[in-house]
Design a binder for this molecule. Structure first.
Ligand SMILES: N[C@@H](CCC(=O)N[C@@H](CS)C(=O)NCC(=O)O)C(=O)O
Length: 237
């Protein structure tokens, strides 16, 4: 199988299936097609269209089969590898995992807009407005509910790592990168996801990337920029 992704530093949708496949030990070839200077670069679109008619990443190619859209890829993998608990096995947990994955997939636009994923950068805490605060509060409520109802068997939302955690991994990165204050349960969950081998490996890849996309570098003060190859003036921009 080939998984088509874009920049690890910025492509939040790409992170989801990549982390899922990595954590579940599903072998795949990574095809990383870096965004052009902007997200609607025609060259990038042309390169991507060889793998997916939707023209977006992520996309999965399994022999003759093309699968696109992060949630569809996760469902495809769950069907393809029924021996692995990609979704939690137990009915109530599975129902909630699917619901919160769909809620993430379709929502939280204010948070996504205000805090674009940028693995390398840490911004200080600040008030980002009531809509972002409402998204953060709802996500924290989801995480607390999953952890208290189903999280006994491990540090993830449903105990063991599942597709629900992969779906929320970019939020984990955003909460860390934008210094969003969290309660103890949510802070522990963020730490657990960041500590997975998969997330650590994705992060190392992101920090090594040479590409900067100005429209995805939030116009906010920067506490730290972990890209070692950036000059101080670039990092401070
Ligand atoms: N709903 C899609 C969203 C995919 C998406 O928007 N991907 C972004 C990159 S993170 C993309 O390909 N942007 C380029 C474009 O829209 O032209 C999914 O879940 O996979």
């Amino acid at each position: 199988m080939k998984l088509i992704i874009a920049n690890k530093n910025y492509s939040s949708w790409s992170l989801r299936p990549w982390l899922l496949m990595t954590e579940f030990g599903v072998p795949f070839e990574e095809v990383l097609i870096p965004f052009g200077p902007s997200f609607d670069d025609p060259e990038w679109k042309r390169a991507i269209s060889a793998f997916t008619p939707a023209g977006k990443v992520p996309a999965l190619v399994d022999g003759e089969i093309q699968v696109w859209d992060s949630l569809a890829i996760m469902e495809y993998l769950a069907d393809r590898f029924p021996d692995r608990a990609i979704w939690p096995r137990e009915g109530a947990a599975r129902a909630m995992a699917r619901s919160i994955a769909a809620e993430m997939h379709a929502g939280f636009g204010a948070l996504r807009g205000a805090c674009p994923m940028n693995i390398a950068r840490v911004h200080p805490e600040r008030d980002r407005g009531p809509k972002v605060a409402a998204d953060v509060a709802r996500i924290a409520q989801i995480w607390r509910e999953a952890r208290s109802r189903f999280g006994q068997g491990g540090p993830f939302l449903f105990g063991a790592f599942s597709a629900a955690d992969a779906m929320y991994a970019p939020v984990v990165a955003r909460f860390a990168g934008y210094s969003v204050p969290l309660d103890a349960v949510c802070a522990a969950y963020v730490a657990a996801v960041k500590d997975t081998a998969g997330f650590r490996s994705w992060r190392m890849g992101a920090l090594a990337e040479p590409w900067i996309i100005p429209e995805d570098e939030a116009d906010e003060p920067v506490l730290t920029d972990h890209r070692p190859h950036l000059s101080k003036s670039q990092a401070d921009r």
